[in-house]
Design a protein around this ligand. Structure first.
Ligand code: PEP
Ligand code: MG
Length: 366
């Protein structure tokens, strides 16, 4: 067994020798980051923060989304801040010395709202029994107002961050305060703040302005200077790829979200791809491999190339990565190498394959 481990290690080192693409991990806990480091992760390419708001914390976000007063909102934000600081501290410690891309919250809104149908039934029953409170009635009105037919195309990502005052600022505060505290201990942390689902540079500018205010707060300073950080965006809408030159004026890095970019380029619903109808349709042979599994180089891939060229024309050192599922797919890794990306990011157990394929692409002179 030891011989096998040593042999694999030799192969990996050989692949690493020629490799140009870095390989990062998609991970959102300190534990997963530590595992990923043993596989050779060279940073976190995507820390999804959605999972951090499930369980007991979900209620706080629900309060935040439905809050009618500033006071209610601020209480929920104040309760969330220390929890987020803990989350990020654990990740930074595990990834000391390596870049950590933290994506600001990107859930479909309905995940943080009471279910409209259930609530409507509850209200109808209470009304029948003469037990309906004004509070319950108001809650139903709010949930109705926020209800969306297509949550994946609705108030998600940056749209939610802009619509819910203070939400992104709280997360940025946690990102920079946790980083500043560790930096003061001599631990090197390199946070990259990533804004999801941007469609126009104005959305990114709005968040960048908020970030600039937060990093100037005393708790985010190290030796009187804002803690080292970068601001970037996901490119996961065709429009974002097309206006990449404008976006690159504000973004220091792009990370391609090829899951959403595949969904929005093809108009295929991600959430239904596993359903019998959709999976059968994708297996008709018309598509070859499903575009969600292996990158569609003609459509989605061309958008990746367009965004890369246009972005780098404006900002020559624009960092480019990919954090969709394709980041760990062997054929897709070769495409990203040829497209001139700086890194691919994938789940911990796919890191060795990504390293190997990135090495092969370089050795083959692709
Ligand atoms: C993506 O869209 O490719 C992505 C990485 O983000 P998520 O899967 O979380 O939407
Ligand atoms: Mg996405």
């Amino acid at each position: 067994n030891d011989d096998l481990v040593a042999a694999v290690d030799r192969i990996m080192r050989h692949a690493d020798g020629g490799r140009r693409l870095k390989v990062r991990v998609n991970a959102d806990t300190g534990e997963d980051c530590a595992t990923a480091r043993t596989f050779g992760a060279e940073g976190v390419g995507l820390c999804r923060t959605e999972h951090m708001f499930l369980g007991e914390r979900r209620e706080l976000v629900e309060t935040l989304v439905l809050a009618e007063t500033r006071d209610e909102r601020e209480k929920a934000l104040a309760a969330l801040l220390p929890l987020q600081i803990e989350d990020f501290t654990a990740i930074y410690r595990a990834m000391e010395g390596l870049p950590v891309t933290i994506r600001l919250l990107d859930p479909p809104l309905h995940e943080f709202l009471p279910d409209l149908t259930e609530l409507s039934v509850e209200v109808a029953v209470a009304r029948e029994r003469g037990e309906l409170t004004e509070e319950k009635e108001e809650l139903l009105a709010s949930v109705r107002r926020l209800h969306e037919q297509n949550p994946m195309l609705g108030l998600r990502g940056v749209r939610l961050g802009i619509a819910v005052p203070g939400l992104y600022a709280m997360q940025v505060r946690a990102i920079t305060r946790a980083a500043a505290a560790l930096a003061a201990e001599g631990i090197t942390v390199l946070p990259e703040i990533m804004v999801p689902l941007v469609g126009t540079v104005q959305e990114l500018q709005a968040v960048a302005a908020e970030i600039a205010e937060v990093v100037a707060e005393p708790e985010s300073l190290v030796n009187g200077e804002p803690v080292e950080h970068q601001i970037g965006t996901m490119i996961e809408l065709p429009r974002a790829a097309l206006v990449a030159a404008q976006i690159a004026e504000t973004a220091e890095f792009f990370s391609f979200g090829t899951n959403d970019l595949t969904q929005t380029t093809w108009g295929f619903s991600r959430d239904d791809v596993e359903s019998s109808f959709f999976s059968e349709y994708l297996e008709t042979g018309i598509f070859g491999v499903s575009p969600f599994e292996s990158l569609d180089t003609e459509g989605v891939g061309e958008l990746v190339e367009i965004a890369s060229w246009r972005g780098r024309e404006v900002r020559h050192d624009l960092k480019l990565g990919i954090c969709g599922e394709h980041g760990g797919d062997p054929d897709s890794v070769h495409f990203f190498h040829r497209a001139g990306l700086d890194y691919v990011s994938c789940s911990p157990f796919r890191i060795p394959v990504a390293r190997l394929e990135a090495g092969r692409a370089a050795v083959a002179g692709e």
